[in-house]
Design a protein around this ligand. Structure first.
Ligand code: E4P
Length: 218
């Protein structure tokens, strides 16, 4: 399972890659706004900065919602750097755009997925990645992990090549569950990735090893 970091914060992206377990980056318009990146030029420049740090796919989301606009914006984003993946929302014109990008060799990430039906459409349209939002489903009392399991089953059954990129991850347990269920990728906040490190018995065990070593070597 690949690990992507879900942020537009350059320091966090650097820290995540320095850890040596990262495979890519996802962003969205809310994450860009959170970093204070506004205006088309600054936004495009920021994607290039992310690509210079990240050694792997970088999802950059379109703002347009009509077919022509999505294509124009997506082609401009794809021209920025070979690692750019054009993130397209699950809407009717988005599905048409996924097919266009797929036919023209541009990688895509179909975002805002909340149902298996949407996942089937995106795969049929040739999406490279599919982003089901686990945390946002959990927030509405639906089981986000159940959706991941259902989509993985459908994709495996029918041999769809679209990769399941589990998004809206809120904690380390989501990551572990995604691994169990066969998600191809998880995109996570840095804190959830770092949360995988933690176990009290590791801390207690290490303290004891160091203490015993110190005593024996006094
Ligand atoms: C990633 O591609 C999504 O945009 C992101 O994971 C959404 O996460 P959130 O629900 O925590 O905003």
């Amino acid at each position: 399972m690949k690990f992507f970091v879900d942020t537009a914060n350059l320091d966090q992206i650097k820290e995540a890659f320095d850890l040596g377990v990262l495979d890519g980056v996802t962003t969205n318009p809310s994450l860009m706004a959170k970093e204070g990146i506004t205006g088309q030029k600054k936004i495009l420049d920021h994607y290039v900065k992310i690509c210079e740090i990240a050694d792997g796919p970088v999802s950059a989301e379109v703002i347009s919602t009509d077919f022509k606009g999505i294509i124009k914006e997506g082609e401009k984003l794809a021209d920025l750097h070979p690692n750019i993946v054009v993130k397209v929302p699950m809407i009717k014109d988005g599905v048409k755009a996924l097919r266009y990008f797929s036919d023209n060799g541009i990688k895509t990430n179909c975002t805002l997925i909340f149902s298996a039906g949407q996942a089937i459409l995106a795969a049929k349209a040739g999406a490279t990645y599919l982003s089901p939002f686990i945390g946002r489903l959990d927030d509405t009392s639906w089981d986000g992990m159940e959706l991941i399991s259902q989509i993985v089953h459908i994709y495996n059954t029918h041999g769809y090549e679209t990769e399941v990129l589990a998004a809206s991850i809120r904690n380390p347990l989501h990551i572990v569950k995604c691994a169990e269920m066969g998600a191809d990728v998880v995109t996570c906040p840095l804190n959830s990735i770092l949360g995988l490190l933690n176990h009290p018995l590791t801390d207690i065990g290490l303290a004891k090893f160091l203490e015993d070593h110190k005593k024996a070597n006094q």
